[in-house]
Design a protein around this ligand. Sequence first.
Ligand code: COA
Length: 283
Amino acid sequence: MFRDDLLRDQTILITGGGSGLGRAMAERCAGLEAAVAVVGRRPGPLEETADALRDGGGRAAWASCDVRDPQQLAAATERLEEELGPFTALVNNAAGNFLAPSEDLSANAFDTVVKIVLYGTFHATQLLGRRWIERRSGGVVLSILTPYAWMGSPFVLPSACAKAGVLALTRSLAIEWATYGIRLNAIAPGPFPTDGAFSRLMPPGMAEAAKRANPLGRFGEPAELADLAAFLLSPMAAYVNGECVTIDGGQWLKQGQEFGGFTDLPRDQVKATMAAMRPGKRG
Ligand code: COA
């Protein structure tokens, strides 16, 4: 689909890049010839990811840091830039989330998720944005959201608030920093079966029903999201700015559509029901 060297000359920082969707994006970007740096809290998965990228012939590095702490992020990214060269792109992927009734959340629980998702994204974006402005190099930011960033969602309140903030950050800076050649976009994935997300967000025994409820009848494949990310990071998307692309099989639209529930029933039954309601056919 893409040219093999689509991301040549790019040096991409991926937060939370050691596992899940972050790792899938790291692999795809390295496969398209970008140099890739992954940061996160756990050294084990980061090292393993960077090793795998290098084994595949890519240029990769890792550093352990907590995105909630701007000083840690600054130190880690300085070391990584010494190793790989100046960053040209940032993927804000690091997240924290869990299911909980909002009335039971402690102040620290709310704080923790918002600090990882919203503050972490702000810290990383401002840090690289300042460097890009100073260097007059331009840059690309891609943030991983979720459709409930604009819909809201029960039982994941801190995440919903934080992701809504990241959407606002994306749209605000897309305009404010366009003059510096910096463009910002976002991806809003629906359900993708990664360990990190599903162990926290998919109760045991509910996966099959969740798949059936999706208009396409399945979950997303991490490689599908990684391809979308590669496109948005690449020069092919040079005129895409301030956009959020949803990749969820059509799930959020269905949830908001009054008659979307009909698609969960056998189509013959739906057709028979509707035919029976036609004027002149009612019993
Ligand atoms: N329900 C309610 N509260 C919870 C909770 C849950 N399932 N999990 C954690 N908390 C609360 C803790 O009790 C604590 O609050 P307290 O001090 O008032 O008791 C607060 O959240 C912070 O938890 P802690 O475990 O100390 O934070 P941490 O920084 O070590 O971990 C998390 C952050 C909680 C977000 C953890 O789930 C994590 O590390 N996640 C990273 C990966 C991830 O979430 N991926 C999913 C992406 S979709």
